[in-house]
Design a protein around this ligand. Sequence first.
Ligand code: 3UK
Length: 510
Amino acid sequence: PELQFPERLNCATELLDRHVADGRGDRVVIRAPGGLVWTYAQLQDQANRIAQVLVQDMGLVSGNRVLLRAPNNPMLAACWFGVIKAGGIAVATMPLLRAKELKAIIDKGQVTHALCDAALAEELALARPEVPVLRAVRHFNDAGPDGLEAAMARHSGRFDNVDTAADDCCIFAFTSGTTGVPKATMHFHRDVMATCACFPRHILRPQPDDVFIGSPPLAFTFGLGGLLLFPMTVGASTVLLDKAGPPQLLDGIKEFGATTLFTAPTSYRTLAARGTELRKTPLRQCVSAGEALPATTRAQWKEVTGIELIDGIGATELLHIFISADEAHSRPGATGRAIPGYRAKVIDESGRECPPGTVGKLAVQGPTGCRYLDDARQAGYVKDGWNLTGDAYLMDADGYFVYQARTDDMIISAGYNIASPEVEEALMAHPAVAECAVIGVPDEERGQIVKAYVVLRPGQAESAAMAQALQDHVKQSIAPYKYPRAVEFRPSLPRTQTGKLQRFKLKDTE
Ligand code: 3UK
C-alpha cells in the first residue's frame, strides 16, 4: 500500500514543499563549504524562482528536457527542484564531461534547455553550435546581469508546481558506461517517491537530525538519492561538496558533524587509513555502492571506525539500491537481501530460477525499473518483466545475494569459472597492493587466462619477484587455479567518472 501513489503527483511537492507547509521550513536542508546554509524554506524559494525563470523567461513547457551541469553544490540542487516543479525533465550531467559527450546527451535526450554552473560553461559552449535543439541556456553561480541569479531576483518566491501525473517522466539518467557507450533511462515522479520508500525507509531509517555527506555527483542517481532525496524524506540535511575525494570527505565529516556517509568501496579503502579520526565524530552510518565491497574493506572499516558498512547494489536503470542489508543483518561477502518492495532471483541461461548456491544472472522486479530511451536496448535489459542488471550472483538458502562479477567479467579458463572481483579481492589483501583489476585474456591452450593489472602502494618496487609474491599470495588465499598467470604493473587504472573500474578498456588493449 505504501507504494501506491495518487494519479497526480509532483515529487518536488512531496520532498520539498510538504516540509514547509507542515512547519518544518526553518530546518536546515543544505550546507556547503564556505559557510552557506539553506533552510527548506530557502531552498523552496530558490527553486520557485528558478521554475519561473524556466517557464516565463526561457519558454519551458511541461515535458521539456533541461540539462543540468555543475559540481555538487546548493544551486545545482535548487535547479533540480526548479526543473521538477516546472514539470520539466532533469538531465543532470557529470561535471567532467567534454563537449563531445554533452553533444551526444543533448542529441539523444532532445534537450531544449540548460542550466549550467558558470565554472563549467566552457565545454557546453563548445558543444552548442552543434546542437541546435538546445535553445535556451542560463548560467548560475554567476553574479553578472545575464546570470540565472539576476533573472531569479526578478521573480517571486512563490510558484504553484505544475500538476504532473505520477507517470510523467521527470528524470533522464545516463548510465556510467562501465561497458562502453552510456545509455539513457527514464524515471517518473512516482519512481522517485518509490525509491524514497525503499532503501531509506527500510534500511537506512534516517532521523530528522541526520547530516548526510558523500562523494557521488548528483548526476549519478547514487548521489541524487543519497545526497539529496533521501535526507529530504525525513526533513534531515545534506552537505554538498564540490570536491569530494577522501581528504575533503574527512574534513567535511568533521566540520559539519556528518552522521551518514555515501561513497564507493575504493573511497572507504583510502579513508580507512585515517579512519580512527572518525571515531571522535558523530558519523554513524556508512553506505557503500557502485562496485562490489570486498569483505576485507568491510572488516577494515569496522575495525578502525567501529561502524558496520551498509552495502547495497543499485543501478541507474532501477534508479537506486534494491538489494541491501542494514548493520544488524549484514553478512560479510553478501550484498544483502531484496529490499521490501523488490523481488530478486538468480536465473540460468534459459531463464529458469537457479537453486540456492548456484551462480547465475541477477533478475530484479519492483516499483522502479528500466525504461531506456532506446527501444532496441530495452529488450536486452527487461525480459518477462524482470530487470537483468548484467551481474552474476548466487543466492544462499537465507535469501542473501552474494556478488560474483559483472557477467562480462566472468573469466572462463580451462573450463573453470573465475570471477574477476574475487581475484582482485585476494590481491588487495596483499599489503603492497594499492589497487588492481583482473581480466581474462585470450589464450590458445586455456581459452582465457587470468591477468592482473596492479597499482602498487608508494615505496613498493615493480619487479618479477613482486609479481611472483602476488601470485603466491593469491594461490594461498583462494583456489589456486584462480591465480593470475600474468601480472602487469600500472601507475593507475581506467575508471569511469563514477569511480568504477573499466575492465573493458584493459581488455581492449589486449
Ligand atoms: C554494479 C555493484 C556490486 C553492478 C548505483 C547505487 O552503481 C550504480 O549504478 P550504475 O548504473 O551501475 C550499476 C552496476 O554497478 N554495482 C553497483 N552497486 C554494487 N556491484 N556490489 C554493489 N554494492 O554491476 C550494477 O549492475 O552506474 C548504485 C545507487 C544508484 C546507482 N545508480
